[in-house]
Design a protein around this ligand. Structure first.
Ligand SMILES: C[S@@+](CC[C@H](N)C(=O)[O-])C[C@H]1O[C@@H](n2cnc3c(N)ncnc32)[C@H](O)[C@@H]1O
Length: 246
């Protein structure tokens, strides 16, 4: 029997990754302007690199990196997400991308193996997990290589609809993204910059079935009431080069 689609998972990302990896993939595949990898390529040279993509999900970030990289390996904890990534990779015929199971907290590669470690919206929000990921990602990066994270900027959960999703008052209190910023930037001396990007879904039906499905009833009602088909996001990129002080 086909799986019955609930109207929304109300921000339960664990359920999304485990039971609805195709919905995550459809959400991730909606074009962003500017595109995340264009921004990354402008600031960091990805060309010809050996890259690890931590929290590679359904593979969209890994396959995008593969357009520049010599080799890219996606590391992903959730089997259902990795299965989608493998299918996509086979379908595209891309040969320089592969995927391994495992966790960002114990990266299954030897020291100094990668030129670049990327983590695009890797959901770690406990300070000790963020420290452990930073230590592991710097360990597997070669001297002179770089660790880069792309995350949602503080108070931008769900993009411009954060006040709708979290409530006007709570939006300044719910600061999960701020936790990773304080650990990476203040404690671990990562540099950072922000940029904004627009995601256009093309139709109300599509935005409700992807973004709305994930971010919940309040977001869906707002989108439907305003006939809104695009979302503006603010992202924060943290980066740190591995030098002799590591
Ligand atoms: C928001 S998705 C991002 C996927 C992909 N990077 C992209 O840009 O579309 C986050 C992914 O990180 C994975 N993840 C969560 N915790 C992880 C961990 N500790 N180690 C590795 N992957 C993890 C999730 O299963 C999910 O697939």
């Amino acid at each position: 029997m086909p799986k019955e689609l609930p109207l929304t998972i109300e921000n339960r990302w664990d359920i999304l990754y485990r039971d609805f990896p195709e919905v995550y993939d459809a959400f991730a595949a909606v074009p962003k302007n500017p595109n995340t990898f264009e921004v990354l390529q402008q600031h960091f040279d990805l060309a010809g690199r050996r890259i690890l993509d931590v929290g590679s999900g359904s593979g969209s970030s890994t396959l995008a990196a593969a357009q520049w990289a010599e080799q890219v390996i996606g590391l992903e904890i959730e089997d259902a997400m990795r299965a989608v990534a493998l299918r996509q990779t086979a379908a595209t015929g891309i040969l320089n991308a592969s995927f391994v199971p495992g966790t960002a907290l114990d990266i299954p590669f030897k020291d100094n193996y990668f030129d670049l470690v990327l983590a695009i919206t890797l959901p770690l929000f406990q300070p000790e997990d963020i420290r452990q990921f930073a230590s592991e990602s710097l360990r597997v990066t070669r001297k002179g290589g770089i660790v880069i994270t792309v995350g949602i900027a503080p108070f931008w959960y769900g993009g411009e609809l954060a006040p709708i999703i979290l409530g006007e008052k709570r939006v300044t209190e719910v600061d999960t993204e701020g936790v990773s910023h304080r650990v990476l930037a203040d404690e671990l001396h990562f540099d950072f910059f922000d940029y904004e990007a627009d995601q256009e879904y093309g139709s109300l039906d599509k935005i409700l079935r992807t973004y709305g499905f994930i971010f919940g009833r309040k977001a869906m009602d707002y989108l439907a009431a305003h006939g809104k088909t695009a979302i503006r996001w603010k992202f924060r990129i943290h980066h740190r080069r591995k030098d002799s002080s590591w």
